[in-house]
Write a protein that binds this ligand. Structure first.
Ligand code: HEM
Length: 195
């Protein structure tokens, strides 16, 4: 099995758990509230802010990843500003001690999450309450027509990794999905504290 196949198979359960946690039920039924949408944007911002900073600390390893072409924080910042909400507390240490190879496992989760964006945007548009907020929404448009090309380029990076690093990358992807769950719960309790 290739590394990409291993990642897909071995994180499938975690993907499902993450979808379920991140409001898939209200999304699919068109009942996601603006409050939940804000929470999602905040969760993604905390994750991508920490990951982009960690990747930037390893420019040689991530040269072919082309970090500047894959930044999501500007999109998230523009979407949060449009909602008039402040950025949440960041977790700058989230990936502080991760090796470049482990960060590649985290990047797999970040890049893979772009594949679901089109579906999620479609669901968001089903919610009447959200419709007025969506015309300029950027994050869930993701890479748009470049999605396939960017995913292929990322998979080429995965294909170039040595066999002995594969377990490490897959394990890091597991840890990354779990980090998403932690961020989700932290951002939720921060929002509750604001109410
Ligand atoms: C309700 C939210 C979500 C939906 C509906 C969704 C849906 C999808 C879909 C349709 C794909 C593409 C399958 C394909 O084209 O082959 C995908 C792939 C993926 N998604 Fe999600 N997703 C969601 C949330 C997330 C989140 C929050 C993350 C990360 C934390 C994530 C990580 C991934 C990854 C890593 C892949 C790549 C799987 C592979 O290796 O092929 N997804 N998702």
């Amino acid at each position: 099995m290739t590394l990409a196949e291993r990642l897909r198979h071995e994180t499938r359960d975690l993907h499902e758990q993450t979808e379920a946690l991140l409001y898939t039920e209200p999304l699919r039924t068109g009942t996601l509230t603006p409050e939940q949408y804000r929470h999602l944007l905040q969760v993604h911002w905390v994750f991508h802010h920490a990951l982009e900073a960690a990747i930037d600390r390893n420019p040689d390893f991530f040269q072919s990843y082309r970090p500047d072409d894959r930044r999501k924080t500007p999109w998230l910042e523009s979407d949060l500003a449009a909602l008039g909400v402040p950025l949440p507390d960041s977790i700058p240490d989230l990936f502080a001690h991760w090796s470049p190879v482990e960060l590649l496992g985290a990047a797999y989760v970040g890049e893979g999450s772009m594949l679901g964006g089109k579906v999620v945007m479609h669901y968001l548009q089903q919610s009447l309450e959200l419709q007025p907020l969506l015309p300029n929404a950027r994050f869930y448009r993701g890479y748009g027509s470049e999605t396939v090309e960017k995913w292929k380029a990322f998979n080429a990076i995965l294909a170039g990794q040595v066999e002995s690093d594969q377990d490490n990358i897959v394990e890091a992807a597991h840890r990354t999905f779990r980090a998403y769950h932690t961020i989700f719960r932290q951002a939720q309790s921060q929002n509750q504290a604001l109410v």
